[in-house]
Write a protein that binds this ligand. Structure first.
Ligand code: FE
Length: 186
C-alpha cells in the first residue's frame, strides 16, 4: 500500500518538477549573456556613454571623449594628467557609498575599502569587482609604476601601489576628478 502511494505521488509530482526545470532553462536561454545590475540607474546629461548598469566595454576615440567630458576630467582621464594633492573633492571624505567612473559610470569602489591616506588623493585597498579596474605598466617620469584604468572605458584613474593596509596591502591612489561618489540611501 505504501509503495503504491509513493508511486502515485512520484507520478503526480514528476510533471510539476519537469515544468519548473524547463521554466528555468527557458529563462536562461532568453537572458542575454550581459550581467543585469540591480543598481539604481544614474544618468549624466551630455554624456550618452555614461551608465552604472550597462557593463558593455567602451572603445571610443579621443575626439569622442573630448565631446562628452568636461575639460578637467578629459585631461586626467584621457591624457593621464594628475590633480594636485589635497585639492580633490574626495581625498578626505568618509561617507558610506559607492564610487563610479566619472567618464562611463562603471562601479569602481565601495566606501568600505577607502582608508585615510596621507598622500592627498582618495585611496582604497581593493576594487569593487574584477571588472572595476585594469592595469598597465607606466614608465613615465623615470619611474616604473602600475597605472590603474577603468575596466569599462580604459580611462586613467590613478596608480596602484604595494604600500596599502591589510588585508590586500594595495593602495589604489585615485584622482578625485576621475570618480563620482553616490552616498548610500539611508
Ligand atoms: Fe570608465
Amino acid at each position: 500500500m505504501k509503495t503504491t502511494t509513493l508511486f502515485l505521488s512520484v507520478l503526480f509530482l514528476l510533471p510539476l518538477f519537469m515544468f519548473t526545470a524547463c521554466g528555468q532553462n527557458t529563462n536562461k536561454q532568453n537572458n542575454p549573456k550581459k550581467a543585469i545590475s540591480m543598481e539604481t540607474p544614474i544618468k549624466k546629461p551630455g554624456n550618452q556613454y555614461y551608465s552604472n548598469t550597462d557593463t558593455t566595454k567602451l572603445n571610443l576615440t579621443d575626439a569622442e571623449w573630448k565631446k562628452v567630458l568636461p575639460e578637467d576630467v578629459y585631461e586626467v582621464m584621457r591624457h593621464a594628467d594628475t590633480e594636485r594633492p589635497f585639492t580633490g573633492k574626495y581625498w578626505n571624505i568618509d561617507e558610506k557609498g559607492t564610487y563610479y567612473c566619472a567618464s562611463c559610470g562603471n562601479k569602481l569602489f565601495r566606501s568600505g575599502a577607502k582608508f585615510a591616506s596621507s598622500c592627498g588623493w582618495p585611496s582604497f585597498f581593493e576594487q569593487d569587482n574584477k571588472n572595476s579596474v585594469i592595469y598597465k605598466t607606466d614608465n613615465t617620469l623615470g619611474m616604473e609604476r602600475t597605472e590603474a584604468l577603468c575596466g569599462r572605458c580604459g580611462g586613467h584613474l590613478g596608480h596602484l601601489f604595494d604600500d596599502g593596509p591589510a588585508p590586500t596591502g594595495k593602495r589604489y591612489c585615485m584622482n578625485s576628478i576621475a570618480l563620482d561618489f553616490i552616498p548610500d540611501t539611508k
